[in-house]
Design a protein around this ligand. Structure first.
Ligand code: FES
Ligand code: MG
Length: 596
């Protein structure tokens, strides 16, 4: 390792970009590569001096408002890269806007992944800054960095400032669920609905609640892929600019040190991410994305690890939807390092896991302190005893998860209060085939939904609703809400927004569209859920189930809507199920390809 960027006797002499720009064995191609990269103003001296070429994978654009501030931050990243003797080359990543993409942003995670793999592999890049933020941008970037395995560092765009309405915090997404209920009850009109929802988005940045964005950015830091303490900095804060600059500086040294994603994203790092996810009250999308990243980097990780290592960890972070506060409060209270330090005091962190700054997570976080105990609690003042996920299985699916920490007192009283069996409940099923079916029918009294009903959403998995829709958390019919029933148990093969506090059973795999057990369920069947035993079963005989399966197969399998685009069709043909990350199954064998 050296501090002199122009010393060609150092590891820099082996930079992969030199195969393009300074390859004596192929002077023809070198000339061709050079003349075009020279044409916007880079000089021959820069391109042939052995300076690391650092990509800035730009996920922000006018189509991706959550990440758009990266267009500004990239200037500071460039300055950091340049200061350390690197050359910055910024390029676009396929846009993913969680709330704007039809049919669902989930469809585009693997597409952005594919595109970024090709870019990182096929162009003269020695390292990359991954600009992350909105839900799927984080996993897409980390998955691609894992596959290619060149030095990579993540930079979060940061959350929006806190939203406010009439003196109360209004959080992204979470306010939508509340506003929908108020609209259904007639407490607000359409204009009031929009005003209330818009109040939650007062600035640039990503969702300010503990939704999937805050979750995945926190987990990128817990995985060691981001500078310590940087995940939670709100987008408009001056510190965000500063850390953009520091991130640019650091990636150049990472290239010199040859510090790669596979050195950082080890099994220990994933176990740390699981524990942190419980403590922050993280999204139910996290198991999907972490499984995907782990598979691409070749780290061992199973869905059961979430229950084994994460279930008993208490909830420490008091952010909406599980708690009260928002992103600015989280940062001021100490962010991820304060949470990790508290978990370390209880021996829950694999302290030796390496991070992008070249130090271990233990060394980075050991002295971090909680600055506001209302927002980040200690174990003594924890918000929920066991905040992780429970993994369920049965004759309806092989695997699904439930975030038990968001079960409300009302829900507990209704479903989990049988003194003989306090963790089990059963009731008649109502089955919806996709979100449109649900929206059309839900308020129809003829369905006969009562407070005993369990609501099922199927046809919403990675194949059925390509990419898997965030639709499993369904509100009860308006007439039940008016009677004071705010939540019915929801179960499905789709996902749920991280901003929803609904205690749903999610990510059921295999999905109905892969002819999983949910495809056999009929409205009116009784279903029993046992959270203690981790089971979910339809209460019909094996013979009856076998007959239904035979009939399903004879009918050509579970029917779902046709693809609307070429990518939908291609992804449907090769995508895996949610419990194993919903990756493109053929892609997993391509690992560490920059080294081959
Ligand atoms: Fe982009 Fe929430 S919609 S972060
Ligand atoms: Mg989402």
């Amino acid at each position: 390792m050296t501090d002199t960027p122009n010393d060609l006797s150092t590891p820099l002499a082996r930079l992969r970009s030199r195969a393009w720009f300074d390859n004596p064995d192929n002077i023809d191609m070198t000339a061709l590569y050079l003349e075009r990269y020279l044409n916007f103003g880079l000089s021959l001296e820069e391109l042939q001096s052995g300076k690391p070429i650092i990509g800035i994978a730009q996920t922000g654009s006018d189509l991706s408002p959550c990440n758009r501030h990266h267009l500004v931050l990239a200037e500071r990243v460039r300055e950091g890269i340049r200061e350390m003797g690197g050359i910055a080359i910024e390029f676009p990543v396929h846009p993913i806007q969680e709330t704007g993409k039809r049919p669902t942003a989930g469809l585009d995670r693997n597409l952005a992944y594919l595109g970024l793999v090709e870019t990182l592999y096929g162009y003269p890049l020695d390292g990359v800054v991954l600009t992350i933020g909105c839900d799927k941008t984080t996993p897409a970037c980390l998955m691609a960095a894992a596959t290619v395995n060149i030095p990579a560092i993540a930079l979060s765009v940061g959350p929006m400032l806190n939203g406010w309405h009439k003196g109360e915090r209004t959080g992204s997404g979470t306010i939508v669920w509340k506003a929908r209920e108020m609209l259904a009850k007639g407490e607000i009109d359409n204009a009031g609905f929009i005003k209330l929802v818009a109040s939650s988005a007062p600035s640039t940045g990503y969702c300010n609640t503990m939704g999937t964005a805050t979750t995945m950015n926190s987990l990128a830091e817990a995985l060691g892929m981001m500078l310590p303490g940087s995940a939670a900095i709100p987008a408009p804060y001056r510190d965000r600019q500063e850390v953009a600059y520091l991130t640019g500086k650091r990636i150049v040294d990472m290239v010199r040190e040859d510090l790669k994603p596979s050195d950082i994203m080890t099994r220990d790092a994933f176990l740390n991410a699981i524990v942190v996810n419980s403590a922050i009250g993280g999204s139910t999308n996290a198991p999907i994305h972490l499984a995907a990243i782990a598979r691409h980097v070749g780290a061992e990780l199973e869905l059961n690890d979430w229950q084994t290592h994460g279930h008993k960890v208490p909830l420490l972070v008091n952010l909406q939807p599980a708690g009260e506060y928002l992103g600015e409060d989280y940062y001021r209270a100490g962010g991820v390092p304060a949470v990790v330090a508290e978990l370390m005091r209880h021996d829950l962190i694999q302290e030796g896991a390496l991070t992008v700054n070249g130090q271990t997570i233990g060394d980075n976080c050991r002295t971090a302190t909680i600055e506001d105990e209302r927002v980040i609690r200690t174990f003594e003042t924890r918000l929920v005893e066991e905040a992780g996920f429970v993994v369920l299985k049965g004759n309806l699916f092989d695997a699904a998860i439930m975030k038990t920490s968001v079960i409300s007192a009302e829900f507990r009283a209704q479903y989990l209060s049988n003194p003989e069996d306090p963790e089990a409940f059963e009731g008649p099923a109502i089955v919806f085939d996709g979100p449109e079916d649900y929206h059309h029918k839900i308020d129809d009294p003829a369905l006969g939904i009562t407070r005993e009903t369990l609501m099922f959403m199927r046809g919403a998995g990675p194949i059925g609703y390509p990419g898997a829709a965030e639709v499993v958390n369904m509100r009860p019919p308006a007439y039940l809400i008016r009677e004071g029933v705010h939540a019915l148990p929801c179960i499905g093969d789709g996902r749920q927004s991280g901003t929803s506090a609904s205690p749903s059973i999610l990510n059921a795999s295999p999905e109905a569209a892969a002819n999983g057990g949910l495809a056999l369920l009929k409205t009116g069947d009784r279903v029993r859920i046992d959270l203690g035993r981790g089971t979910a079963d339809v209460l019909i005989s094996d013979e009856e189930l076998a007959e239904r399966r035979a009939a399903l197969v004879a009918a050509g399998g579970y029917q779902y809507p046709a693809s609307q685009t070429p990518w939908q069709e291609m992804q449907r043909a090769v995508v895996g199920q949610l419990n194993t990350g919903a990756i493109l199954e053929g892609a997993e064998k391509y690992q560490r390809i920059a080294q081959t």
